[in-house]
Design a binder for this molecule. Structure first.
Ligand SMILES: [Fe+2]
Length: 238
């Protein structure tokens, strides 16, 4: 399986806190059947002031450590980008890394705040699309506005956004409401990928298999495989 959303890079966001923890998480991913991880640290102005220049050296060191540990993983670099007006500057300045490509457009892993969908979000998505960038909305099933009112996701579906569900939401580990929204999105065929969004060993481990098993029951084996293998492989260009 291929995981396109993870916070294993140590010390640059709220994910792995040390190289030792990062390597343990990588081993857990391998044990779960994951063969590729795209590292997506938070890029969130004022909270995690990352861009390509801060992520790259940490990524290089981590890749070296993975090689030295002999772990059978391929790695790539990207980021989980918080929606903000700063993007209007950061994207033209090429400071923001992309997840890959999908149908001729660059894919940006875009994070909404958990509390709500900010006013102006649709306008920003339209601006991104005009730049040849398609947003992949990270874990919409955990957004409180979407939890309150499922219809609030419709404009993003209609604009052609991609959607990433967190595997642990699908398997019910983020509560009944997020599980329900996950199932609704799967049934509607709106989901592009499942990903782990792994942060730590105890509460947010890099496990895709449990979400895959639940997805299989809802959309069937072929479609479920697309969510953890075929679609992420296309996006990552593997
Ligand atoms: Fe994340």
């Amino acid at each position: 399986m291929i995981d396109l959303h993870s916070h294993l890079l140590p010390g640059i966001d709220d994910g792995a806190s040390s190289l030792a923890e990062a390597l343990t998480l990588a081993q857990m991913a391998v044990d779960d059947g994951i063969s590729h991880i795209t590292l997506t640290p938070h890029i969130h102005t004022g909270r995690f002031d990352n861009d390509i220049s801060t992520i790259s050296p940490v990524f290089s060191a981590f890749r070296k450590a993975i090689e030295q540990a002999g772990l059978p993983l391929t790695l790539a670099i990207a980021g989980e980008v918080r929606i903000s007006d700063e993007l209007l500057l950061q994207i033209p300045q090429k400071k923001v890394p992309f997840l890959g490509e999908w149908r001729g457009k660059k894919v940006l892993l875009l994070e909404l705040p958990h509390s709500h969908i900010p006013p102006g979000s649709e306008k920003l998505v339209k601006w991104l699309l005009n730049q040849g960038i398609v947003p992949m909305i990270a874990h919409p099933e955990r957004n409180k506005d979407v939890l309150r009112n499922f219809d609030l996701i419709n404009p993003f579906v209609e604009m052609g956004c991609l959607f990433q569900l967190t595997a642990m939401s699908v398997s019910g580990d983020f509560g009944r409401q997020s599980e329900l929204r996950s199932l609704q999105m799967l049934e509607k065929g709106w989901v592009t990928i499942l990903a782990t969004d792994a942060h730590n060993i105890k509460h947010r481990p890099p496990v895709l298999s449990e979400g895959f098993e639940v997805a299989k029951k809802i959309v069937g084996e072929v479609s479920a495989r697309a969510l953890v293998l075929d679609n992420p492989r296309v996006i990552a260009g593997l």
